[in-house]
Design a protein around this ligand. Structure first.
Ligand SMILES: [Zn+2]
Length: 92
């Protein structure tokens, strides 16, 4: 997934400190089939951009889906992350 990350985020930078966004900024919160729930935190200034859905399309000839970053106005608390865990677990 490293190459895809590099390609996806080659033009992105942190809106606060302008640090380049790379794979180090992402923590996989949950892995799903074809998609990962990731948390994006700037590795330089620590700005928390919240959770996003990273869709992974494997195979040749499939269109690349753009990354969806869900940016909330308020920082996400641990309780909210746990709620997301519970919610996602309920989808199984
Ligand atoms: Zn930053």
């Amino acid at each position: 997934m490293g190459k895809k990350f590099k390609k996806l985020f080659s033009n992105l930078c942190c809106s606060y400190c302008k640090n380049d966004i790379n794979r180090d900024a992402f923590t996989v919160v949950r892995k799903e089939k074809g998609a990962n729930v990731v948390r994006m935190v700037c590795p330089k200034c620590g700005k928390d951009f919240g959770l996003g859905i990273l869709k992974i399309h494997e195979g040749v000839g499939q269109p690349h889906e753009p990354l969806e970053i869900v940016q909330g106005a308020e920082p996400i608390t641990l309780d909210e992350v746990l709620d997301v865990h519970k919610y996602l677990h309920g989808l199984d």
